[in-house]
Design a binder for this molecule. Structure first.
Ligand code: NAP
Length: 261
């Protein structure tokens, strides 16, 4: 393997499967070293690491529940121990409610769990990583540090059978704006990539429902999105193609966000 010591380092949460895995692989193809965080699926994380390595890059897989403060701290310790720096944080890990329930029946336990994984964990991980990035010496060999949050069209589209998910993703929208505002003085840009309906394990249980939605004209681009298409937006950000934009939302949704008559 060539000397990768001058390659930038990306920490991608939830990178064992789905969108996170595609982001890890796409960044590795552009020469980034990758920390693959996952919660429980070690086999899937090993496969994702294999993709990074076969792209000619280096990485590590680190198990850590991002909803847990001690596990987040260990994730950062292990990252710094191996790579010594973080140039890009991709807050991708997320969960749908274990059970879709009408919001008049939804439980506090489901609300707490989804908010902890999708919003509280990413917020405090970003807080900790931002401190590290701000303290990292500016080095012309590395890009300026950045944060990308993977939000969702559920930030603004009502789904009354998963209100807790919608609330968490609306929170990600404001979290992006807050960190963009706070971190600009350190030269750290913050972005939200907002997927529409993407074919992953998360959406497998509602595949037929969304097939019908596409057939009924939900999106101008009338098909499922692919994880690789979300990853391309992250690569564009990581590659510094948006240096004068921060707090920006990039919709990757086949145009679902357009209001149409
Ligand atoms: P997915 O296929 O279900 O994969 C989820 C990934 O997150 C897995 O790698 C999983 O790890 C990890 N993860 C889950 N909870 C975690 C936790 N507490 N700590 C650490 N890692 C955790 O999901 P996806 O469809 O790729 O979604 C990725 C992101 O995109 C999520 O934030 C989701 O809300 C968002 N999104 C998805 C869609 C869509 O249509 N798929 C649309 C809009 C937004 P394990 O493998 O160990 O379980």
């Amino acid at each position: 393997m060539s000397d990768l010591s001058n390659s930038p380092v990306a920490l991608v949460t939830g990178a064992s499967r789905g969108i996170g895995r595609a982001i890890a692989a796409a960044l590795a193809q552009k020469g980034w070293r990758i920390v693959i965080n996952y919660q429980s699926n070690a086999e899937a994380a090993a496969e994702a690491l294999g993709l990074v390595q076969s792209a000619g890059s280096a990485g590590i897989a680190v198990q850590a529940n991002i909803a847990d403060a001690a596990e987040r701290a260990r994730l950062l310790d292990e990252t710094l121990e191996v790579f010594g720096r973080i140039d890009l944080l991709v807050n991708n890990a997320g969960m749908a409610p274990r059970k879709r329930m009408d919001m008049l029946q939804m439980t506090e336990a489901s609300y707490d769990e989804v908010m902890a994984v999708n919003l509280k964990g990413p917020f405090f991980l970003t807080q900790a990583v931002a401190r590290l990035m701000a303290a990292q010496a500016v080095d012309a060999a590395f890009p300026r540090p950045k944060v990308v949050n993977i939000g969702s069209m559920s930030a603004y589209i009502s789904s009354t059978s998963r209100a807790e998910y919608c609330l968490s993703k609306a929170g990600i929208g404001m979290m992006t704006r807050l960190f963009a505002d706070r971190l600009a003085e350190f030269g750290i840009n913050v972005y939200e990539v907002r997927p529409g309906i993407i074919e992953t394990d998360m959406t497998s249980a509602v595949h037929e429902k969304y097939d019908r939605s596409f057939a009924d004209g939900l999106a101008p681009i009338a098909r499922w999105g692919r994880a690789e298409e979300v990853a391309r937006a992250v690569v564009a950000i990581a590659s510094d193609y948006l240096p004068y934009s921060t707090g920006e939302v990039i919709n990757v949704d086949g145009g679902i966000h357009l209001q149409r008559l």
